[in-house]
Ligand binder design. Structure first.
Ligand code: SAH
Length: 278
């Protein structure tokens, strides 16, 4: 996958690209990331990228010309209609709090593309003609307002890169994480099951279960017995139950969207029973 990031603060991405999975994915050629300084596409001596809003009001707005010219200078980006129709595996994205909210399903969709361009706004935002005529979608990383799109671009890059096959050492691990839909976790998880408890606990749209590592006793807080002494079936059931309990506590909205099995309902009854006794 090739990713291009358009920004007025290219230095922001120093470091961001140099750690962990993104670094490895770049080194192995799974992902190529290019950062473009929008000021290089200005024509005046002050290298102006922003201007006052038509109609008055607070703040400044990123001008359309440097963004259009920067994008048009990139080889191989297909015209907007082909991106919208899906006939090309490309997307040009404007980071915006008004966009579709990023979630694991959208990250998974984006991870199947060959090319992503991320346009980072600043100030009051980006001249809307960029969204109307150049980009094919707007994406928000959450219901809050940041001061720029760079953080959002880094979040998209990270969440998408780790879903590209080969980016994470053990692919099962990304299939079993929080939010991962049953369809995405799917048969692959079952196919690699081989009786191991880890592979039978795919999140199925729930939050992940708690993880522990050595030491088993840390300052007197001991790891749940079942993980040390339990058999695989007990571990699987415990993980499913704790995932359900955490989802019920922190994100009950997710429970309404997942398909619960008979066992899940049983476990939820146990959890609710425990809660009502407290
Ligand atoms: N006036 C806008 C906010 C602009 S914030 C509004 O009220 O909606 C400046 C820039 O930061 C935006 O252009 C966008 O690129 C980025 N940004 C801010 N919040 C964001 C979010 N939640 N998700 C993605 N990008 C965001």
């Amino acid at each position: 996958m090739r990713v291009d990031i358009l920004t007025i603060f290219p230095d922001f991405f120093r470091g961001t690209l140099d750690y962990g999975i993104i670094r490895r994915a770049r080194e192995t050629g799974l992902v190529e990331v290019n950062i473009h300084d929008l000021r290089n596409f200005t024509k005046d001596k002050h290298r102006t990228v922003d201007d006052r809003p038509f109609g008055g009001g607070e703040g400044m707005v990123l001008k359309p010309e440097p963004i259009f010219e920067c994008l048009e200078s990139l080889a191989g980006v297909v015209p907007r209609p082909e991106r919208i129709s899906g006939s090309a595996k490309q997307s040009v994205i404007v980071l915006s709090p008004q966009g579709r909210r990023l979630d694991q399903a959208l990250a998974a969709d984006l991870s199947t593309l060959d090319r992503i361009v991320l346009i980072c706004g600043r100030y009051e935002g980006v001249d809307d003609r960029v969204s109307e005529y150049l980009a094919d979608r707007e994406v928000s990383i959450g219901d809050y307002v940041l001061s720029g799109g760079e953080m959002g671009a880094a979040v998209i890059l990270d969440s998408v890169t780790r879903l590209i096959p080969g980016a994470v050492g053990n692919e099962d691990s990304t299939r079993q994480e929080s939010f991962t839909s049953p369809a995405a976790a799917g048969e692959g998880v079952r196919a690699t099951q081989e009786g191991r408890p880890t592979s039978t606990c795919a999140s199925g749209g729930l939050l992940d279960y708690p993880h522990y590592t050595r030491p088993a006793d840390f300052r007197g807080w001991v790891v749940p017995d079942v993980l040390i002494n339990g058999n695989h079936e007990d571990i699987r059931r415990w993980r499913r139950k704790t995932a359900l309990a955490k989802t019920l506590r922190n994100r009950p909205d997710l429970l309404e969207r997942v398909e619960l099995t008979g066992e899940d309902r049983e476990l939820l009854d146990e959890i609710r029973g425990l809660q009502s006794r407290v």
